[in-house]
Design a protein around this ligand. Structure first.
Ligand SMILES: [Zn+2]
Length: 221
C-alpha cells in the first residue's frame, strides 16, 4: 500500500515534527518507501502549506499540518484502544483496521467512542491521544539509540508501523518493559538489551531508532 499524504503527516508528527525538523531519512525508514517518493510528497506538502522544508535538515509541520495530523491521530488512536481493549487485538494487529476506521469516523463518533472508554489518553503504542480540537505534543523523549552500555531504560513509546511492531513481537518486547543495554555493535549494528530476568535480545539499529524510552535512574529489581 502506498502511503498517502495523511500517512506522511501522521508519521512526521509521531517523529516529533510538531517542534523539530524530521529528516527525510527518518521518513524513509518510518514509511518503508523510496527516498524519491518522500521528496516528491514533501514538495506537495510544502505547496499545500502543511509543512515547512529546510534543505538538508528536514521538515516541520505548519500549524495547519499539525491540526490535520492531530485530528487523524486522535481518531486512529481511539480505535486502536478500542480494538485492543474490547476486541482482543494485539498491538501489532491494530494498525490496518484503525487506518481504515479513522477515515470514516466523524467527530461525533470519535467523541462518543472516547467517552465510552472513559477518555483514554495513551494508545497501545504509548502515543498520546489528544482531545477534540487539541493538538498532539508527545512528551519529549530520547531514542534507544541515544544511550550507552549500562544504561537502564523503560520502553515508553514505539512508532506505529506494522513491520516494526511485528518485529518487536517476535522479540517479545513490550511497552512499559525495563531493559539494560549490555552491548552496542559498531556502525549501526544491533543493540543488545537485557530484561529484568536476565534474558538478552539483540535489536536491530533500525528498530532501536524508532523506540522512545525513559531512562531509569538507580537500581531496578
Ligand atoms: Zn498507536
Amino acid at each position: 500500500m502506498t502511503p498517502n499524504r495523511e500517512d506522511y503527516l501522521k508519521l512526521i508528527l509521531e517523529l516529533g515534527g510538531d517542534r523539530q525538523k524530521v529528516s527525510n531519512k527518518q521518513i524513509v525508514t518510518g514509511l518503508a518507501v523510496a527516498p524519491a517518493s518522500v521528496s516528491e510528497m514533501i514538495t506537495k506538502l510544502v505547496k499545500e502549506g502543511l509543512v515547512a522544508h529546510t534543505p538538508y535538515q528536514g521538515v516541520q509541520l505548519s500549524e495547519t499540518g499539525l491540526a490535520t495530523a492531530s485530528t487523524l491521530i486522535r481518531k486512529h488512536r481511539l480505535w486502536e484502544v478500542f480494538l485492543v481493549e474490547h476486541l482482543g487485538y494485539s498491538w501489532n494487529e491494530v494498525h490496518d483496521d484503525a487506518e481504515v476506521l479513522e477515515h470514516v469516523t466523524s467527530e461525533k463518533l470519535a467523541q462518543r467512542l472516547s467517552t465510552y472508554m472513559a477518555d483514554p489518553q495513551i494508545c497501545p503504542h504509548g502515543g498520546m491521544i489528544p482531545r477534540a480540537h487539541e493538538t498532539v505534543h508527545e512528551k519529549e523523549r530520547q531514542l534507544l539509540t541515544d544511550f550507552a552500555v549500562g544504561d537502564t531504560l523503560r520502553i515508553a513509546r514505539v512508532l506505529d508501523e506494522r513491520e516494526l511492531l511485528d518485529y518487536l513481537v517476535t522479540l517479545n518486547i513490550k511497552l512499559g518493559a525495563i531493559y539494560q543495554i549490555t552491548a552496542i555493535s559498531p556502525d549501526e549494528g544491533p543493540i543488545t538489551i537485557q530484561d529484568t530476568h536476565g534474558t538478552e535480545v539483540a535489536v536491530s539499529y533500525k528498530a532501536c531508532s524508532t523506540i522512545f524510552v525513559d531512562q531509569i535512574k538507580g537500581a531496578v529489581d
